[in-house]
Design a protein around this ligand. Structure first.
Ligand SMILES: NC(=O)c1ccc[n+]([C@@H]2O[C@H](COP(=O)([O-])OP(=O)(O)OC[C@H]3O[C@@H](n4cnc5c(N)ncnc54)[C@H](O)[C@@H]3O)[C@@H](O)[C@H]2O)c1
Length: 339
């Protein structure tokens, strides 16, 4: 059992709330932060101390340390992770995903910590040839991936300047219980579950032949939590997720089958995105040989049970974009009045 204190940002979100659970299980005291811009209060585990606020506000972040610090570990998961939409909400993306990270990094450097754990993304690789390895040169191609990679570089620089230890995780397409299934711009598994529940057509961009390795949260969150305690992981980068590669169309078929509905696809024009994105996990396997691997079918079945039990929740997501040029028509229809 540990007796340290961790700060978890994005704790009302999907991955962050599961990471909180893993930390609590090992006896860690958890200060959980979220502004509820994309998460749900009900996700925040009861045994954490929750501080509601926006980490892109540097005064809020400074007060976090004044009121609750110092922290042994920082798990920074707060972000708005809508890769495709990030082209059209650049300012919001960089404020939330880059500047907010810098606010946390500044305070961490001032006060010190054992390790800063950062959830980057497979988006840092851009459309490099899969499977992406940690030594593949990242060439992010959208503002979301660029923000993630910028934070990675900033952490590296902070290590060289001040010896700050960090772990960078690059998860991909994680799904599971507590995920926001209401946001039309992200989380394709969640979008299809909602369509199945509401008996609506499943939107598919292009021919649905895009390949992804959808990864179950129960396999991913414990690893994120664990890396903050493992000195052999410090200052390392890890791809995290499943090795089971599937097309988006197959995902739609699986979900329709799970809900016993006839698959009705709404074919949409192809959008700008990496056609194939999945990672090599041999490095992770070396460090964590016993990590769990849930099949997509099993993971979908667990998440579907959760959605059926909990129903659909009201959720907030961007109602406007900053630049509407090139916005897919299916998204344009959702927005109040794109300029
Ligand atoms: N889910 C995935 O497939 C995946 C893949 C790669 C990387 N990631 C990264 O993992 C992290 C968690 O993702 P998730 O899927 O759980 O998303 P999520 O939206 O469920 O959780 C993010 C949480 O951060 C909160 N948040 C956002 N901006 C904030 C701000 N400025 N201040 C305070 N709280 C804020 C939101 O309210 C939300 O609860 C993100 O950094 C994301 O980029 C996720």
């Amino acid at each position: 059992m540990s007796s340290g204190k961790s700060l978890v940002t994005g704790a009302a979100g999907f991955l962050g709330s599961h990471v909180c659970d893993c930390l609590l299980e090992r006896g860690e005291k958890v200060i959980a932060v979220d502004d509820l811009s994309g998460g749900f209060a009900v996700n925040v585990p009861a045994d954490v101390e929750w501080v509601k606020g926006d980490v892109s506000d540097h005064l809020f972040v400074r007060n976090l340390w004044n009121d609750h610090g110092p922290f042994n570990r920082i798990y920074h998961l707060a972000a708005y992770a809508a890769e495709g939409l990030s082209h059209f909400i650049r300012r919001f993306n960089y404020t939330n995903n880059l500047v907010a990270s810098v606010n946390l990094l500044n305070e961490t450097v001032k006060h010190g910590c054992e390790c800063f754990v950062f959830t980057s993304s497979i988006a840092a690789y851009g459309s490099a040839q899969p499977p992406m390895r940690e030594d593949t040169t990242p060439i992010p191609e959208d503002p979301y991936g660029i923000a993630k990679y910028a934070v990675e570089l900033d952490l590296k620089s902070a290590h060289e300047m001040w010896g700050l230890n960090s772990v960078i995780l690059r998860p991909h397409n994680v799904y599971g219980e507590r995920q926001n299934v209401m946001d039309p711009y992200r989380n394709v598994v969640g979008i299809y579950l909602r369509c199945a529940l509401e008996e609506k057509p499943f939107p598919v961009f292009g021919d649905g032949g895009q390949t992804r390795a959808f990864s179950y949260v129960g396999d991913v969150a414990p690893l994120i939590a664990e890396t903050g305690f493992r000195e052999d992981c410090f200052n390392e980068i890890f791809n995290v997720g499943s090795d089971e590669v599937n097309t988006v169309k197959h995902l739609a078929e699986l979900i329709a089958e799970e809900f016993e509905v006839e698959l009705d696809i709404e074919w949409l024009e192809e959008r700008v995105e990496a056609k194939h994105a999945y990672s090599d996990h041999s490095k992770l396997d070396m460090f964590f040989p016993d990590c769990s691997r849930t099949s997509l079918k099993e993971g979908i079945s667990r998440m579907s049970d959760w959605v059926r039990r909990n129903g659909l929740w009201e959720a907030s997501f961007p109602q406007q974009v900053e630049v509407a040029k090139g916005l897919p028509d299916s998204w344009r229809k959702l927005l109040s009045s794109p300029s």
